[in-house]
Write a new protein. Structure first.
Length: 359
C-alpha cells in the first residue's frame, strides 16, 4: 500500500509538471543557491553544537518567503498552504511527511533577515545575477512611489500628538505592553489624489477625488530597457516623494536620462541631477494661475509614455501579489516590500527569458 501511495504521489507531481507548474519555471530560471552564502552570513549560523544551525535549510526558507510575498499571506496562512499544496511543498524542497515551518519559524526567519539587512544584500546579489545574464541597467531610469495601506490605527488626540513628536509605542503606552505591541507609530495618514488633472475652459482645475490612506510608501527606480527594480526604499505614507530622488537614482545606468512625475521637480533635485551628469526628464508643473502651455503639455505627455512603465510594477505587486502591510513598524514593512520587489524581479526575469527563448 505504501509503495502504491508513493507511485500515486509521483504520478500526481508529474501531472502538475505537465500542466505547467509556474513554480518549476521559477526554480529553473532563478539560481536560488546563489543566495546561500548571503543568507547563511546574515542569519549568523554556527558550525553546530549549541546555538548552531536550525533544522530547516535557509534557501528552502527563503523560497517560502518568496511564495509568501507572491500571495501576500500571513505567517499562519503560509504555514497552512505549505502543508496543503503539493506544489508549494515541492518548490522549496520540503518532503511529504517531513518537517515544515510553522508560523513562528517563518516570522523569526524573516525578522532575522530584516534585522541584519540580509534582504537588501540578497536583492543586490540578484542584481549581480542580472548583470551576468546581460540585463544591465540601460536606456535611463524611471522613479516613482506608491502608497501601500496598513491596518488603520485608532488613537486619541494626545496619542496622535505623541506619535507625531516621534515617541515610541513603549513610551506612549508604558503600562500597556500588549497594546503597545500592536500600535504602529511609523505609519502615517496621507491623501491620495486620484485621476488626471482636468481643466475648465478658463484654465482653472476641476476638483479631484482625495482618498485618505494610512500606511507606507514604496519608492522604486527601474531601468527603462528591462524594467527591473534596481533601487528601492520605504517611508511613511506622508513622506514627500521628491526627497527620495537622490537616494534612489544612481549613475550606474548606461543612459543619463531620469524620468519622474512633477512631485520630483525642484531646484534642489535639478541641481543634484546636473551635478551627477544626469539629464532630467521630470515633468514640469503647470504655471500657477495659468493654463498649461501646449508645448509643455506635449512634452509632459511624451514623458508620460515612458514613465508609464513604472506603473506596471506597482500594478503587478498590488493586483497579482495583493500587496498590503500586516506587520507593525517600518522595518518589517520594508522587509515585506523588499520581498515583493525581489519576487517582482524574479517574475520579470521569467518574462525576459521566455521572450529570449521565443526569439
Amino acid at each position: 500500500m505504501e509503495q502504491r501511495s508513493l507511485l500515486g504521489l509521483s504520478e500526481h507531481l508529474d501531472r502538475l509538471s505537465k500542466n505547467g507548474d509556474p513554480l518549476e519555471v521559477l526554480e529553473a530560471t532563478v539560481n536560488f543557491e546563489y543566495f546561500r552564502d548571503w543568507l547563511v552570513e546574515g542569519l549568523g549560523y554556527g558550525e553546530g553544537g549549541k546555538g548552531g544551525r536550525p533544522p530547516l535549510d535557509p534557501v528552502l526558507m527563503f523560497k517560502a518567503l518568496i511564495l509568501q510575498a507572491q500571495h501576500n499571506l500571513s505567517d499562519a496562512r503560509m504555514e497552512f498552504m505549505i502543508r496543503d499544496r503539493l506544489s508549494w511543498m515541492r518548490f522549496p524542497g520540503f518532503d511529504l511527511g517531513g518537517p515544515t515551518p510553522d508560523e513562528n519559524t517563518i516570522r523569526l526567519f524573516r525578522n532575522k533577515l530584516t534585522e541584519t539587512d540580509t534582504l537588501k544584500r540578497v536583492m543586490k546579489a540578484f542584481d549581480w545575477q542580472l548583470h551576468k545574464k546581460g540585463y544591465i541597467p540601460m536606456s535611463g531610469q524611471i522613479v516613482d512611489a506608491s502608497l501601500v495601506p496598513a491596518p488603520k490605527q485608532r488613537n486619541t488626540e494626545s496619542e496622535k500628538a505623541a506619535i507625531k513628536a516621534g515617541k515610541s509605542a513603549r513610551e506612549i503606552w508604558p503600562d500597556e505592553p500588549a497594546k503597545a505591541a500592536q500600535k504602529d507609530t511609523d505609519a502615517r495618514w496621507t491623501l491620495k489624489i486620484g485621476g488626471k488633472i482636468r481643466y475648465r475652459q478658463d484654465g482653472t482645475p476641476l476638483p479631484q477625488i482625495a482618498l485618505p490612506v494610512f500606511g507606507y510608501k514604496s519608492h522604486i527606480v527601474i531601468d527603462r530597457r528591462f524594467g527591473f527594480i534596481r533601487e528601492s526604499a520605504v517611508t511613511s505614507a506622508a513622506h514627500a516623494d521628491g526627497r527620495m530622488l537622490s537616494k534612489l537614482v544612481t549613475t550606474q545606468n548606461t543612459s543619463s536620462e531620469v524620468w519622474a512625475d512633477s512631485a520630483y521637480r525642484s531646484q534642489k533635485n535639478e541641481k543634484w541631477l546636473s551635478s551627477k551628469g544626469l539629464v532630467s526628464r521630470i515633468h514640469r508643473r503647470k504655471p500657477a494661475g495659468h493654463a498649461m502651455p501646449q508645448p509643455m503639455a506635449r512634452a509632459n505627455a511624451a514623458k508620460s509614455s515612458v514613465r508609464a512603465a513604472v506603473e506596471h510594477v506597482f500594478a503587478h505587486q498590488k493586483n497579482r501579489f495583493g500587496l498590503f502591510i500586516r506587520t507593525i513598524g517600518i522595518a518589517r514593512a520594508e522587509a515585506k516590500m523588499l520581498l515583493a520587489n525581489i519576487a517582482y524581479n524574479f517574475d520579470r526575469l521569467i518574462f525576459h527569458e521566455r521572450a529570449k527563448a521565443a526569439g
